[in-house]
Design a protein around this ligand. Structure first.
Ligand code: ZN
Length: 254
């Protein structure tokens, strides 16, 4: 695997290895469908076109065209909302929004195997490994508004462990896509299951959804909890309870 230490650091990463570039990047510029929402799709690169930033991949006419198209759409949206996209404050907004959206959805261009690189180790440790309070920022696919909070990840190794600093990167691979919290939670758990084949995986996410807080029911203080339990976490009530106790011990507003 190439050196992916810069993954997830933002869009100004001109030195990033282009190893994660999807094969279809230079394709026909159309969004292909396919099984983009399969729980396992973090392991292989999705095969459809991405809007890209010049900083991230070498500029080519295809990506420049895609960027220009997206900026044009954002400009049209501003007009449709009653704004004047040519006034001073909005002059560079289409470009900024395009860059921002590209960053917030760059999980489509990443896969878990590349993000982990060589950070999977043989190890006979077989007690629960738990990382709590991993920050998580995503966007709901229904309103394209942010939801954010914490993710708690635990697993019981079965001969392999993963560098702890890599767990937040796994979260980013899936949270930087248009999501629903339930699927995000399942994808994180399934990716760890597929990569490490551990005795079990437990993932709990707690999140605040701006689409609920700013609009709709306008409930400011209700968080949503989702969980995915696999293997021993599902089958062994003591393991499950130990995990949930440890997670709730960290319970506070994300
Ligand atoms: Zn929503």
């Amino acid at each position: 695997m190439s050196d992916n230490k810069n993954l997830g650091q933002g869009e100004n990463q001109s030195e990033e290895q282009p190893g994660g570039q999807p094969a279809s990047l230079n394709g026909n510029g159309k969004l292909a469908t396919g099984d983009r929402h399969s729980a396992r799709d973090g392991l292989v690169l999705p095969n459809y076109h991405r809007f890209v930033t010049e900083e991230k991949y070498p500029a080519n006419s295809e990506s420049q065209d895609a960027n220009a198209r997206l900026e044009g759409l954002i400009s049209q949206m501003l007009t449709s909302l009653g704004e004047d996209p040519n006034r001073g404050g909005l002059k560079d907004t289409p470009q900024r929004v395009r860059r921002s959206l590209t960053f917030l959805t760059d999980g489509y261009t990443k896969n878990v195997a590349d993000v982990l690189g060589d950070a999977v180790f043989e190890e006979s440790y077989d007690e629960m490994v738990l990382v709590r309070d991993i920050e998580m920022y995503s966007m709901c696919e229904h309103h394209m508004l942010p939801f954010f909070g914490k993710c708690h990840i635990a697993y019981i190794p079965n001969g392999k462990i993963v560098g702890l600093s890599k767990l937040p990167r796994i979260v980013d691979v899936f949270s930087h896509r248009l999501q629903v919290q339930e699927r995000l939670t399942t994808q994180i758990a399934q990716a760890l299951q597929d990569l490490l084949h551990p005795h079990g995986v437990g993932v709990v996410t707690e999140a605040y959804h701006l689409c609920m807080m700013m609009r709709g029911v306008q409930k400011q203080n209700s968080s949503t909890v989702a969980s995915c339990l696999l293997g021993d976490f599902r089958e062994d009530s003591r393991t499950r309870q130990e995990f949930l106790n440890l997670v709730s011990a960290s319970n506070r507003r994300p």
